[in-house]
Design a protein around this ligand. Structure first.
Ligand code: NAD
Ligand code: DAU
Length: 339
């Protein structure tokens, strides 16, 4: 196998972190460079098992810092870029949109500029199904790659903006790119501000679980390892310039998700607390993954097998999430949920 230099942004976060481990272990002859600013969502303790490996390298930097990023690309001459780094939580984008524009839009543009000056083989931009806006509750409708972009939150608007920049750098400068748009991920190292890890951690502590509105909003859940495999496939086999949707047909209402977790942990459904709705709360997301399946991708987890594995992981790795929820997270939670 040819030696390649793979530059991953946001590899201290949830999905990027899983992807870095997946790549370091799967491709011993690839050098994996993980660049991350280590915001509240990034931590390196998850990489203890790989940090001494010869093919893993960490760089602390801000993707929006042009003076740091452009010289790094000139020096290292990366072959592949896989771009995860972003502000990723919708609720935080409603409170403070500005940091989302800086990290997600400006940060992506700096990376594109850096990449266009050196001869890279592929730039994979990891985007989200939220750029398509929302679907109604008709179960026969899905997001395809042709669905128009109608982002509803500051987060999804910043991601849609970055998608358009990536597309433009392909059309204008011929940069070899792919854009992936995945549905909701879950699995190990998911930061406990998001619905599934929030529910697991709070139920384990016998604390109330805040469910927005009536709990009937639908998300299409994909295990993070299936997302990593999809990105690996798109990186190597994706046709340059193309968008690929990623999702495994695992639609659940939020209430179904929360109830499943409570039942699995043998706790009381009384832990559910309905709270005020999220502003602009998208009703339903659902992915049509046909294009990616034609490239050869199949998910390995059903929602049932994936959620069981994930709950077990949170039981086995309490020190990881307990350390997070005991810190700065406390004041975030109090402010977000007015408790
Ligand atoms: P996350 O919040 O867990 O991790 C984001 C990482 O990016 C963190 O390690 C953080 O330190 C880093 N980061 C943030 N700003 C940075 C900056 N300016 N410079 C360098 N590093 C910075 O996010 P996630 O859930 O792992 O999502 C990763 C990517 O996947 C995002 O682009 C997100 O839009 C996309 N995505 C997420 C989901 C999901 O369900 N979580 C689904 C589809 C797509
Ligand atoms: O669809 C992909 C997106 O999925 C990614 O692009 C985002 O980065 C990721 O955060 C996720 O966005 P969501 O807003 O769908 O995820 P979240 O876990 O925040 O919420 C899932 C659903 O649960 C949503 O309908 C809101 C609801 N919810 C969430 C929280 C945090 C609650 O009911 N209560 C809560 O406390």
């Amino acid at each position: 196998m040819t030696r390649k230099k793979v530059f991953v942004t946001g590899g201290a976060g949830f999905i990027g972190g899983n992807f870095v481990q997946y790549m370091v272990n799967k491709y011993p002859r690839y050098d994996i460079y993980n660049l991350d600013l280590l915001t509240y969502a990034g931590d390196l303790t998850k990489h203890r098992d790989i940090e001494t490996k010869d093919n893993y390298h960490f760089i602390k930097a801000d993707i929006a810092d042009r003076e740091a990023i452009v010289p790094l690309f000139e020096k290292e001459k990366f072959d592949y870029v896989v771009h995860f780094a972003a502000e990723s939580h919708v609720d935080r984008s409603i409170t403070d949109p500005g940091i989302f524009v800086r990290a997600n839009v400006l940060g992506t543009q700096v990376l594109l500029d850096a990449a266009k000056h050196v001869c890279i083989d592929k730039f994979v931009h990891v985007s989200t199904d939220e750029v398509y806006g929302e679907l109604d509750f008709d179960p026969t409708t899905f997001f395809t790659e042709e669905t128009s972009l109608q982002p509803n939150s500051p987060y999804s608007a910043s991601k849609a903006s970055s998608d358009l920049l990536v597309r433009a750098y392909h059309e204008t400068y011929g940069l070899p790119i792919n854009i992936t748009r995945c549905s909701n991920n879950y699995g190990p190292y998911h930061f406990p501000e998001k619905l599934i890890p929030l529910t697991i951690s709070r139920v384990l502590n016998n604390q109330k679980v805040p469910v927005y509105g009536d709990g009937k909003n639908i998300r299409d859940w994909l295990h993070v390892i299936d997302h990593c495999a999809a990105i690996d496939l798109v990186l190597h086999e994706g046709v340059s310039g193309e968008v690929y949707n990623v999702g495994g047909h695992n639609e659940r209402t939020n209430l179904e998700v929360v109830r499943t977790i409570i039942n699995t942990l043998n706790k009381s459904q009384d832990l559910i607390k309905f709270v005020g709705d999220r502003l602009g709360h998208d009703k339903r997301y659902a992915i049509d993954p046909t294009k990616l399946e034609k490239l050869g991708w199949r998910p390995t987890y059903t929602f049932d097998t994936g959620i069981e594995q994930t709950i077990q992981w949170y039981l086995d790795n309490k020190e990881w999430w307990e350390q997070i929820i005991s810190g700065e997270y406390q004041s975030y939670f109090e402010k977000q949920y007015s408790v």
